[in-house]
Write a protein that binds this ligand. Structure first.
Ligand code: GUN
Ligand code: FE
Length: 424
């Protein structure tokens, strides 16, 4: 058994709303699992190897629960458009390039390196429609030591000539991926990924829901992101009461663990259905601003008990850095409070930090916190150069890192107790 004890200033959020802070303390980890946190080591703690991070922050690694790997080269491009024209002009042509494995390797290498650099230890990822490129991405994640759910995108209508699959091929390739990867790795797993309702026929949606059950795998998609998209859903499904209702009728809304990205225009009953079915909302504030999609009323989701994590939504979002997404979520909640609804209190730093750690991390299991039994995914942060000689509390040091820090402040990354080196 590997027994290590990490010594430093420990900060995490065991609940939404406040920080758990253990200054100059010890976190005991056995085979990657947190045993306890203590101010003083006792005689019985002797068998642990000491890892000294005194004066540094030890925080949970970040979870990014919504991003598109093949859109990485498009970061920062096309932000003057709204969702549907942006997909057609920028996104689909870029994703079509991932039939080429060499190109895929080049891009995915940079993406995984940058996830590592920015402290994203777990990700929930859309790849492209291409089976081999998706396998490559999964193998590269496995090689890196970072955790991920990766989904081969399914689209059998309304994308582009190069990307539209036949229904049969879409299902066949998805099943091939599931067969190979369901039990291949503890940290890297497949996820069923119908892109969104407009790009999937009823038959495809039905079959995908069946595969999710047969292979016991989770589901991810997009929901209520943009007004034109929402109107399109009303045209496609005139008899349905809501966008969520359509997913739910197909068995793609929490029947297996599910993430829905954006959720900007959810009706109250859709938020309630998410809470009831345990569906996760991936909040993607930068993307929602960049594509003029709108502001998600996050507080309503919190109050109704929906699980929420944060998503960079590369490349609707322009930044992979989760601390930037934390700040984006806070800014968006302040604007929403000011301009839309004074009852929706802005997010505190601790609440947004929770979403980026334990909130999104819980999709992976006991991840994103340092409570007993949690997998030790951690970042060691040195904020000395951000303090400009000022004396700060532990919480203030974390604020400094989140608002003005960079990857240079992260001096070590751990996933399930293992130190992760920069992917080569
Ligand atoms: N809806 C369907 N596909 C996409 C995508 O690639 N990005 C975003 N932001 N929304 C989508
Ligand atoms: Fe997206």
């Amino acid at each position: 058994m590997v027994k290590r004890v990490f010594h430093g200033d420990i900060v995490f959020t065991s609940h939404m709303g406040g920080f758990d802070i253990y200054e100059d303390s010890y976190i005991l980890v056995e085979d990657g699992i947190v045993v306890k946190i203590t101010k003083n080591l006792e005689e019985s703690d002797k068998g642990y190897e000491l890892v000294d991070y005194r004066g540094k922050l030890i925080i949970p690694g970040f979870s990014d629960i919504h991003l598109h790997a093949p859109q990485y080269p498009n970061r920062g491009l096309g932000m003057d458009k709204e969702l549907i024209p942006w997909l057609n002009t920028y996104t689909f042509p870029e994703e079509a390039k991932f039939s080429d494995l060499e190109y895929s390797r080049d891009v995915y290498k940079k993406l995984i390196r940058d996830l590592w650099r920015e402290g994203t230890t777990r990700s929930v990822v859309f790849s492209s429609v291409h089976l081999n490129s998706t396998k490559l991405l999964m193998d590269m994640f496995i090689e890196s030591g970072l955790g991920a759910y990766v989904g081969k995108v399914n689209m059998d209508r309304n994308s582009s000539d190069k990307l539209n699959e036949s229904t049969e091929k879409s299902i066949r390739d998805t099943e091939a991926l599931l067969q190979e990867y369901v039990n291949k790795s503890y940290l890297v797993k497949p996820i069923i990924t119908p892109r969104f309702l407009p790009t999937c026929t009823d038959k495809l949606l039905h079959e995908l829901a069946g595969l999710a059950v047969d292979y016991n795998v989770p589901i991810q998609s997009h929901l209520n992101e943009n007004t034109s998209e929402v109107n399109w859903i009303k045209e496609l499904y005139p008899d349905s009461t809501s966008y969520s209702g359509v997913y739910n009728d197909f068995g793609l809304f929490g029947q297996k663990k599910t993430i829905m990205a954006h959720c900007v225009y959810n009706k109250d009953e859709e938020i309630e259905l998410m809470a009831k079915n345990g569906v996760y909302a991936a909040h993607c504030p930068h993307s929602n601003f960049n594509l003029s999609s709108g502001m998600m009323p996050v507080r309503k989701f919190i109050e109704k008990g929906v699980n929420i994590g944060l998503g960079s939504d590369i490349s609707g979002g322009h930044t992979l850095r989760i601390p930037d997404v934390i700040i984006g979520a806070i800014h968006q909640s302040k604007m929403n409070w000011l301009l839309s609804n004074k009852e929706l209190k802005p997010l505190s730093t601790a609440e947004a930090f929770y979403m980026a750690t334990k909130g999104g991390g819980s999709f992976f299991g006991k991840v994103g916190s340092f409570e007993e039994g949690y997998e030790f995914d951690a970042l060691v942060i040195d904020v000395e150069d951000l303090m400009v000689g000022k004396t700060l509390t532990i919480e203030e040091k974390l604020q400094k890192y989140l608002y003005i820090g960079s990857k240079d402040n992260i001096i070590q990354r751990y996933v399930k107790g293992l130190k992760i080196e920069e992917p080569s």
